[in-house]
Design a protein. Structure first.
Length: 200
């Protein structure tokens, strides 16, 4: 059964390296911690420049949902700017990443999967007209990053998302969902599937 995860209900904890705060949206298996999750979706507030926690064996995708922007430097390589409403950035959890804020605090949206267990995609979309979208993943999550609200419908199921709320869907909720935005919205679409060759 689909469920709405309200931003106001999310637990808040310190980063693995102590450099910031994270609000966990969803994790698998339920009750897992940062050492043994199969996948994890979260938001983090970055208030100062600093390094990211390293996660061996993890694939990550990152999108910015609030603030002016941040530069991410991988090792001693080039800077990769990450801005709101732009394409999410994908990278390996083992990478050494240093974040430099452009103009003050930012909030990011983070998807992590243990590559031996799960794969994921993270897409960002701006739209202002109703649309149908096929959601067929083992697990899907719809996150309202910006906008007044988003109505999500499938048959007699109906859910209203406010900013930073999420709609969490399991495989049993797969189908052609209808989404009605109130004004222009920015939505993040997450798809999570069991990795090939992995028996769940």
């Amino acid at each position: 059964m689909a469920s709405v995860l309200r931003h106001s209900d999310l637990p808040v904890e310190a980063w693995k390296n102590g450099g910031g705060l994270t609000s966990e949206i969803a994790i698998c298996p339920e009750g897992a911690d940062l050492a043994n999750f199969d996948w994890r979706i979260s938001m983090a507030t970055i208030g100062v420049d600093g390094g990211f926690s390293e996660f061996a064996g993890i694939d990550r995708s990152l999108a910015l949902v609030a603030g002016k922007g941040v530069n991410l430097q991988f090792g001693k390589g080039e800077l990769h700017p990450l801005m709101p409403k732009e394409k999410p950035l994908r990278f390996a959890g083992e990478a050494q990443v240093y974040a430099s804020l452009l103009q003050g605090e930012v909030i990011d949206f983070n998807v992590m999967t243990r590559r031996s267990r799960y794969t994921h995609t993270l897409q960002q979309q701006l739209f202002s007209e109703p649309q149908m979208r096929s959601l067929k993943a083992e697990t899907s999550l719809v996150f309202l990053a910006e906008g007044e609200s988003l109505l999500c419908q499938l048959g007699d199921q109906q859910y209203l998302l406010k900013p930073f709320d999420s709609l969490h869907l399991s495989a049993g909720d797969a189908g052609e969902w209808f989404f009605v935005p109130y004004g222009e919205v920015s939505v993040l679409w997450v798809s999570l599937n069991i990795a090939e060759g992995c028996a769940d």
